[in-house]
Design a protein around this ligand. Structure first.
Ligand code: HEC
Length: 126
């Protein structure tokens, strides 16, 4: 009995020790923040507006999210036009309950996964 308690305490100490060793990794991530204080969650995924998102929105969104009298808000044809709407992407475009593109939601899972990488990586332009 006493030996079990000793083993438990020892392994707890070891676990906490490992936790402390992970601290420098967190520091490195914070140094990768963009100007708005966002750190990319999937740095290995190279999904940008120019390389991927622009093609998706051109095909599925711009008919409604263009400018002037279009039914949807914003102009998704430019990076600066879509940027203010990125925060809404998880709920409206990426989740299983997505309702965009209106009348045709949700997008195929592989496209939504890539859009999720883009959003979680702070929505880079190029
Ligand atoms: C058939 C027209 C239509 C299409 C296609 C469409 N949208 Fe929309 N969208 C709308 C309308 C209208 C609204 C505003 C009403 C609302 O929020 O439901 C809207 C709202 C949104 C919003 C919320 C904006 C806000 O300020 O809350 C987002 C984000 C969005 N759309 C993203 C997209 C994306 C991304 C696509 C393409 C994958 C897309 N939409 C395709 C019509 C459309």
């Amino acid at each position: 009995m006493r030996r079990t308690a000793f083993a438990l305490i020892t392994s707890t100490i070891i676990l906490f020790g490992c936790g402390e060793n992970m601290a420098p990794e967190t520091d490195t991530q914070q140094n990768n923040q963009d100007q708005s204080g966002c750190s990319p969650m999937y740095p290995e995924m190279d999904v940008t507006y120019d390389k991927f998102v622009k093609g998706v929105v051109t095909k599925y969104c711009i008919s409604c999210h263009y400018q002037g009298n279009s039914p949807g808000p914003g102009n998704f044809a430019t990076y600066s036009g879509i940027k203010p709407y990125v925060d809404f992407f998880e709920a409206r475009v990426i989740s299983n309950q997505a309702d965009m593109p209106q009348g045709n939601a949700p997008l195929p899972k592989s496209i939504r996964d890539s859009l999720n990488f883009w959003v979680q990586n702070c929505a880079p332009e190029n």
